[in-house]
Design a protein around this ligand. Structure first.
Ligand SMILES: Nc1ncnc2c1ncn2[C@@H]1O[C@H](COP(=O)(O)OP(=O)(O)O)[C@@H](O)[C@H]1O
Ligand SMILES: [Mg+2]
Length: 602
């Protein structure tokens, strides 16, 4: 079974939005056409009024019938009005169809991209904030597009059309408007750049206050215990004042922008009217043309009023997209090669050759590690905490790439196999298994999606999970809370065991998989485990002597190096590290670290 590769996504906000627009080009173009139509109809209304007035005046002057004379212009007026209705609703319809689909696509692709990130990436980024980023990026991308389509573009159309219509009457009039538009747009843009800085400061102050409140509520117990309720309130007061300062600064600035806009509007309308009256009085212009110039100015002023605010919003949306893209659309760390082959496991032999690995450059975990495990062998990894046992399992699963050396399974380098095929052949039971907030049935079936209900239940029985599952409220349909918090550690381990039984992969990895079980349950499970291990290559990290004694071979790790390797009996006879740990055992467990070991002896 092959898996779909990660989608290719642009990593700059503008190209990111354009990338998704390209999937919906017909819809976006339709919106563009409808918005153009609507703006044209709107801005041509004054033009129709001009013709109506001139027709009426002409008819009156010629003492002819008014209605027939005015009819064509009136039809034009009615047509334009109807055009506004139809074009705007057509555009609205496309938006209803397009908007949700666009956001869905962005979310889906961002999620698919995210899925291919490495273990390291997910350890460094919180799940909640990643989910938020996906939501905000899809929303922001849509808003960037809408602002361009429904705010900026209609304004461009309106300005251009007005200039053309006015130029037909008088070039000077068009020149005045053109100069005004250029000045107005540039100044609005510059002002909004400045306002953006203030708006960001204000947003930062708001989230600072929220953070302080969260911290205070989290520590409400401390405030109660130390009778510091008033203190906490006063403490918050200072941050609230700070927020007020920041808020006033951005609001004052917006107010200043409005002064600019209202004054500019006043200048435009006064200038246009004065200029037009002059033309009119000199007989260069008709009454209708005068009315058109005046109402065009009014219409434009109306449309252009919120321009700074729109620039500001636009920057914010673009900023959201930029943040999300920066966080999610990074290069993937662990990639399938172009010629990656599905891994074929026949015996399950594992060879680790000259392996160098470090999570961080400064502290190597392994240097030149070699280990050969024949197919079907059951090997125990033993060593103090931090000696690299879990890391080796991580590398085997290719959750990280080694810096040097290679791991082979049945002679095939896992680095040149597809990650999916590798992980399909390996069942892993981690020390602290996570469960989905889905039913227990679904959680167990996750091991093999086509397992029947009976197979799931049989696996649960084998893992000694069946009994406690039946005791839960909804049995196999019970939900287990986020990450499985409603179950105890031991119960989660048993669900994870059942899941591994269902998966039935040829290679089995257990990372202290029974550590959270009480010794009675553990003893029951040993038999099931022995059954599960049959015919498989098994790597077990364990501290329990009862687990270790049953294995073919024990490998002892110390600071990332293998210091002993042999059958349990051999190692005991050798009287080395393992034998010492054995001697220091407490309650059937090997010591977890040197301090504990010494303590046991003392
Ligand atoms: N995700 C990680 N990032 C950085 N260092 C890690 C990470 N996981 C483990 N380590 C370090 O790698 C070393 C080996 O850890 P690990 O393999 O978990 O040990 P063990 O399973 O034997 O207790 C330890 O020094 C540990 O601190
Ligand atoms: Mg470990």
């Amino acid at each position: 079974m092959s898996s779909i590769p990660a989608p290719t996504l642009p990593n700059t906000p503008f190209r990111f939005v354009l990338h998704f627009v390209s999937f919906y080009l017909p819809g976006v173009l339709a919106c563009l056409v409808f918005e153009t139509g609507q703006s044209l109809c709107n801005i041509l209304l004054p033009w129709a009024i001009r013709h109506i007035m001139d027709a009426v005046n002409g008819a009156l002057a010629a003492k002819a019938a008014v209605w027939p004379a005015v009819a064509p212009a009136l039809w034009l007026f009615a047509g334009l009005s109807l055009g506004i209705v139809l074009a705007s609703r057509a555009s609205g319809t496309v938006l209803v169809l397009l908007g949700p689909a666009l956001r869905r696509r962005i979310r889906r692709d961002l999620f698919a991209y995210l899925q291919h990130h490495s273990q390291r990436y997910f350890l460094g980024n919180f799940a909640g904030s990643l989910a938020n980023r996906i939501a905000e990026t899809s929303m922001g991308s849509a808003q960037v597009l809408w602002t361009m389509l429904f705010d900026f573009w209609p304004l461009i159309v309106s300005f251009t059309a007005s200039l053309l219509v006015l130029a037909e009457v008088d070039h000077g009039l068009a020149a005045v408007l053109g100069a005004w538009v250029t000045g107005y747009v540039s100044i609005s843009f510059l002002l909004s750049l400045r306002a953006r800085r203030y708006a960001r400061d204000y947003a930062a102050a708001r989230s600072l206050v929220s953070g302080k409140i969260v911290d205070s509520v989290t520590n409400i117990m401390n405030a109660k215990l130390f009778a510091r309720r008033d203190f906490e309130r006063d403490y918050l007061e200072g941050f609230l004042d700070f927020e007020v300062g920041r808020a006033r600064r951005v609001f004052w600035f917006m107010e200043a922008i409005r002064w600019f806009q209202f004054s500019a509007a006043m200048l435009l309308i006064l200038g246009m009217v004065a200029y037009a009256i002059d033309l009119w009085s000199r007989g260069v212009m008709t009454a209708g043309e005068f009315a058109m110039a005046a109402s065009l100015s009014l219409l434009l002023i109306e449309q252009a009023r919120g321009l700074s605010r729109k620039f500001l919003d636009f920057f914010e949306y673009l900023g959201n997209v930029s943040d999300g893209v920066g966080m999610i659309v990074r290069p993937h760390e662990v990639l399938d090669g172009a010629d990656a082959q599905p891994l074929r496991v026949t015996h399950g032999a594992i060879a680790i050759e000259a392996l160098d690995f470090a999570y961080l450059d400064t502290r190597p975990v392994f240097a030149g590690l070699n280990l050969h495990i024949p197919g079907g062998q059951k090997v125990g990894f033993v060593g103090y905490s931090g000696s690299g046992k879990s890391t080796l399992l991580n590398l085997l699963l290719r959750l990280y790439e080694p810096q040097r050396g290679q791991i082979l399974i049945d002679g095939q380098a896992i680095a040149s196999a597809t990650q999916e095929s590798l992980r399909q052949q390996i069942a892993m039971i981690p020390q602290d298994p996570m469960l989905f907030h889905r039913s227990l049935l679904e959680n167990i079936r996750y091991g093999r999606l086509d397992a029947t209900d009976d197979e799931v239940i049989a696996a649960a029985r084998q893992a000694h999970a069946h009994e406690f599952i039946l005791e839960t409220e909804d049995g196999y349909q019970s939900l287990v809370g986020e990450r499985g918090v409603k179950l105890s550690g031991g119960q989660r381990q048993r669900i994870a065991l059942a899941r591994a039984i269902v998966k039935n992969a040829p290679i089995l990895l257990l990372d202290e998989a029974t550590s959270a079980l009480d010794s009675v349950t553990e003893r029951h499970i040993q038999d099931s485990l022995a059954q599960l291990m049959q015919g498989k290559t098994v790597l077990v990290i364990a501290h329990r002597l009862s687990t270790l004694a049953r294995l073919d071979r024990i490998v002892v790790f110390h600071h990332g190096a293998i210091i002993e390797d042999g059958s349990p009996a051999e190692l005991l006879a050798r009287n080395g590290h393992y034998a010492r740990m054995w001697a220091m055992q407490a309650g059937g467990f090997l010591p977890e670290d040197e301090a504990a070991a010494v303590e046991t002896v003392a």
